[in-house]
Design a protein around this ligand. Structure first.
Ligand SMILES: NC(=O)c1ccc[n+]([C@@H]2O[C@H](COP(=O)([O-])OP(=O)(O)OC[C@H]3O[C@@H](n4cnc5c(N)ncnc54)[C@H](OP(=O)(O)O)[C@@H]3O)[C@@H](O)[C@H]2O)c1
Length: 277
């Protein structure tokens, strides 16, 4: 059994890796900082898990690096059982990536879109696989302008993040729809409001909001629970493509259920990776 996870070096990702590693034979740690991954492996390896971890460089904000990461994984295995697209972030200022994409869009959505697509032959090889996309309740604040997905006009960190987290849910539903017959299950989740490094670079009102909420935030261990449940339970309750909170099916926004919007986002994402990756 093989697990691949993005964002394993901090917050809820660390806790997922710690809890899930004993259940898998190989754990691919997709990271943008190999030294951080090595330090993590040293810290969390037990008698049970030593030798299972394979750090793979993958900067989700650099499409060439994402493509290369999938290539590296393909040299180790021909099958992935669980892929957790966990990494993400919110960024105070509009920043563009090497591919000239807006960073929130690239790191939260498009990098995972390409990674999943590149790993699809390993996921659809007949054994059945699960893809878990870490979204957020912030998707309910999304306001999508299909002609300006890169926020060239009127960047707001919260709007850009809300949109990216909406795209995570739309992507999940598209995966279930397009690959369900090939035994792919895809689920999205909200982990809760968790005390991690998330939002640490924020400024102004959002920073104030984070410090105000800190005492009420749940621990990374608690925040990881829904992801661990979806990755390890024999039968997921609900249907393929569902959105989860506290390990139960939850209702996403109406936009997240829109077939038209998910097809549009899939098409736009595919165009971008074809052009840039
Ligand atoms: N915390 C919350 O309250 C909350 C609420 C709802 C949803 N979420 C979602 O939960 C997920 C995990 O967040 P967290 O709270 O655990 O935050 P975190 O502690 O900041 O961890 C984020 C992880 O993503 C990685 N990452 C960020 N940008 C990347 C990139 N360009 N390429 C590769 N990896 C990248 C980080 O790597 P480094 O270690 O190198 O920085 C880190 O491992 C995110 O998708 C977030 O949107 C969090």
């Amino acid at each position: 059994m093989q697990l691949a996870i993005t964002g394993p070096t901090s917050g809820i990702g660390v806790e997922k890796v710690k809890a899930l590693a004993p259940k898998f034979d190989q754990v691919f740690l997709l990271v943008r900082d190999i030294e951080k991954a090595k330090a993590l492996v040293k810290k969390i390896s037990t008698e049970d898990t030593a030798g299972k971890f394979i750090p793979v460089f993958c900067d989700l904000a650099d499409l060439a690096s994402v493509k290369k990461a999938a290539e590296v994984i393909r040299t180790h295995t021909d099958s992935i059982d669980v892929l957790i697209n966990n990494a993400g972030g919110i960024f105070p200022k509009r920043t563009t990536t090497k591919d000239e994409l807006e960073l929130t869009f690239s790191a939260n959505h498009l990098g995972h879109f390409l990674l999943t697509k590149e790993l699809m032959p390993l996921l659809t090889n007949g054994n059945g696989a699960r893809i878990i996309n870490v979204s957020s309740e912030a998707h309910k604040a999304a306001s999508v302008n299909l002609n300006d997905l890169q926020f060239e006009k009127g960047y707001s960190s919260f709007k850009a993040y809300g949109n990216a987290k909406l795209f995570n849910i739309l992507f999940t539903k598209s995966l279930a729809e397009k690959f369900g017959e090939q035994h792919i299950e895809a689920y999205a989740l909200h982990p809760g409001v968790v005390n991690t490094n998330f939002g640490q670079q924020s400024k102004g009102f959002f920073k104030m909001l984070i410090s105000l909420f800190k005492p009420f935030m749940i621990s990374p261990g608690k925040g990881a629970e829904t992801g661990i449940f979806l990755a390890s339970t024999a039968e997921v309750p609900g249907k393929n493509g569902d959105y989860f909170k506290k390990s139960k099916v939850a209702s996403p926004s109406r936009k997240a259920e829109s077939k038209k919007l998910r097809d549009q986002i899939w098409e736009k994402s595919e165009e971008l990776v074809k052009k840039l990756a």
